[in-house]
Design a protein around this ligand. Structure first.
Ligand code: NI
Length: 260
């Protein structure tokens, strides 16, 4: 079994509903059995679109809803209430991606902090796991997760780009790590080192499509079918069999999202 634990199958970037359905069909043909589409990162409305896509493909898709740190400035009491109402849908398996991004600073940092904490509280109330986006927060994301007591509910660092020491800090708290196609890049040495050392029971695989297209498809739009290339490279750096590695990562994904 092979799962793409993080893709953005947003109709606005995949050429409408038909384009999304074609990408899902290509993924299935490539041996990808399940996908998690992320309803966060393309404005507040991406949550509703992800939920709609998951509802159209209940056999292979689940959704998350959340407000990305880039979009924290869009948060109002109304948008957050609407988001949390969507989180109660049976197709929704997590809140996120959420977190802190001090690299792009697309939203003011205080807004990012406020919206991150609000979503962690909402996840705690609903006993939903969370997907974390952390970019250049200098340890603050981890400190907020500690402060909010978030680990018990399930924490997944997606598109993990930190070093081995930071990975170990996450894993020691019970967190999970998801490896994207950067692991195939020429300049991906740190990520390959991390991918080699994540404990086998905490490792997930993702495309983060439509971005971060793995080698050999650089320059094309990324899509869930290409998670096979991520699996191949991660297996290679771990000296593991690719089928076994894919199976282990899929089992971790099912456990994390409680999607058995
Ligand atoms: Ni993402």
């Amino acid at each position: 079994m092979l799962i793409d634990s993080h893709c953005h199958l947003d109709p606005t970037v995949f050429g409408g509903d038909a384009g999304v359905d074609e990408a899902i069909a290509r993924a299935r043909a490539a041996g990808v059995d399940r996908m998690i589409t992320i309803g966060s990162g393309y404005g507040f409305e991406s949550a509703g679109r992800a939920l709609a896509v998951a509802r159209r493909h209940p056999d292979v898709l689940r959704a998350t809803v959340g407000l990305h740190p880039h979009d924290a400035k869009l948060a109002t009491d109304d948008t957050l209430a609407e988001l949390y109402a969507m989180a109660d849908a049976p197709e929704v398996v997590a809140l996120g991606e959420m977190g802190l991004d001090f690299h792009y600073d697309s939203s003011p940092r205080d807004e990012q902090r406020r919206v991150f904490r609000a979503q962690l509280a909402a996840a705690r109330e609903r006993q939903l796991p969370v997907i974390i986006h952390d970019r250049d927060s200098a340890g603050e994301t981890l400190a907020v997760l500690d402060d909010e007591g978030a680990w018990e509910g399930g924490v997944l660092y997606h598109c993990y780009t930190g070093d081995v020491a930071a990975m170990e800090a996450i894993v020691s708290r019970g967190g999970y790590i998801s490896i994207p196609g950067i692991v195939t890049f020429k300049n991906g040495d740190v990520m390959r080192e991390v991918a080699a050392r994540v404990p086998a029971d905490r490792l997930l695989l993702e495309t983060d499509s439509p971005f971060l297209t793995p080698i050999p498809f650089r320059g094309r739009r990324n899509e869930p079918a290409y998670v096979a290339y991520v699996a191949q490279k991660v297996a290679e750096v771990r000296g593991a069999d690719v089928a076994e590695l894919s199976e282990q990562a899929a089992a971790n994904t099912r456990r994390f999202f409680r999607w058995e």
